[in-house]
Ligand binder design. Sequence first.
Ligand code: ATP
Ligand code: MN
Length: 468
Amino acid sequence: METISRTKIADLFKNKPFGTQVNVKGWVRTRRGNKQVGFIALNDGSTIKNMQIVIDLQKFDEELLKPITTGACINVNGLLVESQGKGQDAEIQAEEIEIYGTADPLTYPLQKKGHSMEFLREIAHLRPRTNTFGAVFRMRHHMAMAIHTFFHERGFYYFHTPIITASDCEGAGQMFQVTTMNLYDLKKDENGSIIYDNDFFGKQASLTVSGQLEAELAAMAMGAVYTFGPTFRAENSNTPRHLAEFWMIEPEVAFIEIAENMQLAEDFIKYCVRWALDNCKDDLQFLNDMFDKGLIERLQSVLKDEFVRLSYTEGVKILEDAVAKGHKFEFPIYWGADLASEHERYLVEEYFKRPVILTDYPKEIKSFYMKQNDDGKTVRAMDVLFPKIGEIIGGSQREENYDKLYTRAKEMGVPEKDIWWYLDTRRFGTAPHSGFGLGFERLLLFVTGMTNIRDVIPFPRTPKNAEF
Ligand code: ATP
Ligand code: MN
């Protein structure tokens, strides 16, 4: 074949250099045609749009064309022309075709017909080749760019917190243990407790559930930082909103209190949503048309409205009123209860019809590090609740007072030996500060309109599932 440098299909649609010889490489989505002319819909991942390859069958050997079936990978030289057909504005008249790899129609699982999301999860190694997952994973990339850009523009530093940790003080959930010990021959002391002295770290270690505590150390030196990395929770929750391995974004900021923290969270989510609307038009349109007719409208409406700010106490009142008027919830609601997703969604979807930031939760249901209010009962926590998702962000103003933090940690059974370094920030140059955690996949659920969190991460880890 003549050597022509490759152009991505997205660029050909954008720049439309009609009348020039171009080279494209990609995977065949469909092939159809008649005796005179063949049509191949070719996709190279750069855009959801396929490039139509038009083949004049008089110019090509039939034997060469036969193996070009759905899923095959080909290399094409040809002339880019304006398309006569409807549905696309450019096509390539093929002059040379090379087959990189065939895909046997009898065994290639992604034939034309629509597959269920459940089936596609079983072939997660191939599902990026579908329109849906191409769109979702391109959007995943764009959202990561949005996040870094948002914080970078505001002078936040991207700070890397460890993935392996030796303290379970976040209390955010069950942890996965990390060990090099021989599990068939564990050494135990006279009480039956495992002796970790000879383990790799010389003590019990786990995968992190959050980078927050370390991010706080950084905020107390660099002013404003954020983390963006994988976190792990061994909670056995088989829901459409929980993963055992997920990515979290955790900004942590010195000198801001809860009100500014809420504003930061609102600005941040809106920035990401606007970024999706501006940068992912084709993919969004596809997801809107195929899965969720209200998607684009919902994204626009979130930008328009100010998020509601509401205390937990007021929220519980609204929910109790709803119950009194006959609304049925699966889980009981009373002051002191942790809100279930159905409660959160009632407030957002039925009562206010826009996102809600719920604040000042009972201290019993929140972590030891949250700043205590003067009422002695509540802490300056803030959860951002979203339509279709429920909790998308959890955050708080942090307790900066050494004595209060120390006492609360004791009360909640957090061992001092695990957090002596964290307590030190309150001993040396403490300051008011706040932060929050956004679950990256929950944001992706919202912006893509997907309904199961397993479908917005390439290789989901959930109970009993770690294939690929
Ligand atoms: P939930 O109540 O929904 O289980 P949480 O209160 O345990 O969440 P936090 O510890 O506050 O969650 O974590 C901060 C954010 O991380 C949450 O607001 C959510 O967006 C996300 N998140 C938490 N757990 C998971 C999970 N298992 N899978 C995916 N995202 C999660
Ligand atoms: Mn939370």
